[in-house]
Design a protein around this ligand. Sequence first.
Ligand code: MLT
Ligand code: MN
Ligand code: ZN
Length: 275
Amino acid sequence: MKVILLGTAAGGGCPQWNCACRRCTAGLPPRTQDCVAISADGDGWFLLNCSPDIRAQILGTPALRAGPGPRDIPLRGVLLTDAELDHALGLLMLREAGGLPVWAPDAVLRALTPFREIADSYGDWTWSSPADLPGLHVRVLPVSDKKPKYVSAAEAGPSVVAYRIEDGATGGVLVYAPCLKSWPAGFDAFVADADLVLLDGTFYAPDEMAGVGGPDQLAMGHLPITASLARIAGRPWAFTHLNNTNPVLDPASAEHAAVLAAGALLPADGAEFSL
Ligand code: MLT
Ligand code: MN
Ligand code: ZN
């Protein structure tokens, strides 16, 4: 399985357009919003989440560019872990495709109803529960009840999942878990044989949003790296969905060094893995 990290930042990216914080103005390598492309055969590609940056992410990734026919595209569909805008708004940017299959848990499909109604006026989209993909076996683990701000808090049920995707030919296993509120029940078994886990790295520390006027509790929807790092000791897992408040964005920071010292990775946009 080929895996390309199209974007590795949390909502807003880094730099974020309305932010003049230290990291957004430090000239660090820019990161676009969290989105991953996977393929079993290198020809047909599936997106894990669909960020608002998807147009630039596709144009910057040769494997995802259109061709050889004038309107041929290698994209075969999209799996969503949740209905957050930084993970789903890109669907509307893909309207020129005339529709794609989208797989997501029921609660996510329900939350996306307004977006689905818009998308459906532009093409033949299909919206289904997660299923196996060609050459790739897909398993789903509910991990969180965090809901997007635009969804009623009264909506029941788990609204965030993680995916475990296994290549039927190579046996390579990817786990994609960019939104963890806690270390979820069953997660250790879910990742037990994973070759790569892409883990929620939104915040390094739980009080990180305080410095930019954000509510402290925003951090509560994302398990901070300080809490997850000990659990992944020595495993070459990678943090993604990094918020622009996160000190690990600066390669010269002590926090960045601490993550690498624990054996974990902080891959940049465009990083590729073969599993
Ligand atoms: C999140 O991951 O917490 C959300 O994407 C935040 C947001 O963009 O509103
Ligand atoms: Mn997000
Ligand atoms: Zn900033």
